[in-house]
Design a protein around this ligand. Structure first.
Ligand SMILES: C[S@@+](CC[C@H](N)C(=O)[O-])C[C@H]1O[C@@H](n2cnc3c(N)ncnc32)[C@H](O)[C@@H]1O
Length: 354
């Protein structure tokens, strides 16, 4: 990417969140806008691409949720950042096995990248699916908002404490045309936000998910008004640990953030504690955050694998259990990935979390 022109067209420095936003989502040159990041040939792989069993568990969870809230005549399933459409393809198949639910469910995809929208369209070829320009456009409910590895891809701000003063991290294009971090005194509104969100002001790097908060504000409003839930899966932490978590990945390997701007993914670990506190302040009930493996075990993923494996030859059986292990193993995705459920007040549904 000619990041010099695109990111720094007016000044030689931008805040970190603006830098990430341009690097990933610049209309023409952003990473997600021109590349197909997922899969073996791409840069990284996600749970829905590892095994359809993951998506099946999400589909069954949605049907159970719908039953629990009294089988409303209409329910929206909104997938935030559907990637290459793998999850949606698999859940459509499972939803069909529950015709009553299937008739009531409207599937809406929320995707920023036209390139990925094309890929999703090609894969899904399904009249039932619509793309949502803005999640604010949801005018009826209830709605299940679902996101797998959506929030980790949203731009963050970073702050650092030096001699008891808080500074914000910016990216500078220096005279030699190299990218460097610089620090500017943090604006009061951001300091207030950190305090408001109870983010501990520590000496190491403090991360603040500015974009995530914008989405959570809209989602919590919709759930409070129309009923529904937010179910998210992502890698992250559920304590005050924070610290530097910004990372860049290309061809399944970590790279330097500045080495392939626009051609490598940039993401950060999700602060589940902050998200949970925010949603509670918005009057939603947040279930105790669990690890991905616990949720999937509770949803019966192993039983389902055992049933499917009965009809498989040895090679396919081995592949099925190898993939299952990747989803569940502590050393793989099992505990690094966390699951959060937020729902409307008085809703007691806790399948997968109890
Ligand atoms: C890391 S990928 C995850 C893809 C998919 N959920 C999966 O698990 O395979 C992030 C997805 O979120 C989309 N995305 C990121 N930021 C977005 C935004 N602000 N609005 C809509 N989609 C966004 C990306 O284009 C991509 O589809």
């Amino acid at each position: 990417m000619n990041y010099k022109k695109i990111i720094f067209n007016k000044s030689r420095e931008v805040s970190l969140d603006k830098f990430i936003s341009k690097a990933l989502y610049d209309k023409k040159n952003g990473y997600y806008m021109k590349k197909t990041p997922l899969g073996k040939k791409g840069d990284f792989i996600t749970a829905p691409l590892i095994s359809n069993l993951f998506s099946e568990m999400i589909a069954i969870w949605c049907v159970s949720f719908w039953e629990n809230i009294g089988q409303p005549k209409k329910i929206n399933f909104v997938e935030l950042g559907p990637g290459d459409g793998s999850l949606c393809e698999a859940i459509l198949k499972t939803f069909k096995k529950f015709p009553k639910f299937n008739d009531c469910c409207e599937i809406l995809l929320y995707e920023i990248s036209d390139n990925l929208k094309r890929i999703q369209n090609k894969k899904l070829k399904n009249k039932k699916i619509k793309w949502l320009r803005n999640i604010n456009n949801i005018k009826t409910g209830p709605t299940i908002f679902f996101g797998n590895e959506f929030f980790d891809s949203l731009p963050i701000k970073q702050f650092i404490v030096l001699e008891e003063k808080v500074f914000e991290r910016y990216v500078l294009l220096n005279e030699k045309n190299d990218l460097k971090y610089i620090y500017k005194k943090a604006k009061k509104k951001y300091l207030d936000q950190l305090l408001n969100f109870e983010v501990p002001i520590k000496k190491n790097v403090i991360e603040f998910p500015v974009e995530t908060i914008k989405y959570l504000k809209i989602i919590s409003k919709k759930i409070n008004k129309y009923d529904g839930a937010l179910l998210i899966f992502d890698y992250g932490y559920n304590n005050d640990s924070s610290g530097e978590s910004l990372q860049s990945v290309r061809k399944h390997r970590y790279t330097d953030i500045f080495s392939k701007v626009g051609n490598s993914d940039i993401s950060s670990h999700v602060n589940f504690k902050l998200i949970s506190n925010f949603l509670k302040k918005k009057n939603l009930i947040v279930e105790k955050i669990v690890n991905q493996n616990r949720f999937l075990y509770k949803m019966g993923i192993v039983d389902r694998a055992n049933i499917i494996s009965k009809n498989l030859n040895f090679k396919d059986k081995a592949d099925l259990y190898y993939r299952l292990k990747r989803l569940l193993d502590e050393k793989s995705m099992g505990s690094l990935f966390k699951v959060l459920l937020a729902k409307k007040k008085y809703n007691k549904f806790s399948t997968g979390f109890n």
